[in-house]
Design a protein around this ligand. Sequence first.
Ligand code: SF4
Ligand code: FES
Length: 351
Amino acid sequence: MLAELTHRCPLACPYCSNPLELESAKTELSTAEWIDIFRQASAMGVLHLHLSGGEPASRRDLVDLTAGAAAAGLYTNLITSGIGLTEARITALADAGLDHLQLSIQGATPVLADRVGGYKGGYQRKIAVAEWTHAAGIPLTVNAVCHKQNMDELGDMLDLAVTLGARRIEIATVQFHGWADKNREALMPTREQFLKTNAFVEDSRKRLEGIIVIDYVGADHHATYPKACMGGWGRTGLNVTPSGRVLPCHAAETIPSLVFDNARDRPLADIWYNGSAFNAYRGDSWMPDLCRTCERKEIDFGGCRCQAMALAGDAAATDPVCVRSPLRALLIEQAEADSRAAPPPFVYRGR
Ligand code: SF4
Ligand code: FES
């Protein structure tokens, strides 16, 4: 379960996948409401909780929330930019039972990282947060979202992750959901960058075996088949927004036909098993013939519903990333044109 504790965030990353309209602080769930949801999640079989945002450290009750989640028996992972964390707060999080921390880095140098994050001084803060995390004995993953403007620095970002004591790095190519779609020309990697990054990851995995694990998500439009987004709709994951709306994926609100329940009004397990949004794309009855008769339908589950919505205007269409999709040519054509464009200035939220 991904708990978006808040949409507040001091950074302004141009690839933010949160919705265009953020939820305001006054609608956020209280400490007690979140902890009740964590208990319900644990009771219905959730094992792994991501405490995310926005920036989760913007919640003053982050330590209490972590303690509540740990007491409910959940494995807790904090996904953070690091801004808002102090050494004392990290020690308190460790004492509260935090199991793991994922720290985002936007570049390997302060100039690029702070420009991408839209936050001056962010880079230095992250270095300090990584050191405090390491000192507190919390396992660390570095998240590196890669795109046109930082892909050529990936070697330095990987070296930085090793230096910071990270056990794992997630190198994920930007996904064009939410705000990111406003920055397509500034972020879309070229085919050459994609191929170079593939080779770099393959080589680095061998070179750094036993030192750091590298997870890699390549650019969608260069793939042959789509990824099993969310591990399949309503199969293994759910997302709770700051105000308690329960979504099958973080971008599900881009599908206008869906109606979402709120954990303030309905038990979590009832939403998971019986909610209309969760049942909309479970199984294969919703699939177009192309997917329903395909030997890969239990591998990728027809791909990403939100991508189908964005490109085909129909969330039940075959994901246009798929080589068999009639819309693939359109996806590639758009992506290629964006990738070749000279990068315009970033469009930041609220500026
Ligand atoms: Fe996946 Fe559908 Fe493409 Fe088959 S046709 S590979 S199920 S997206
Ligand atoms: Fe929503 Fe892929 S992002 S299903």
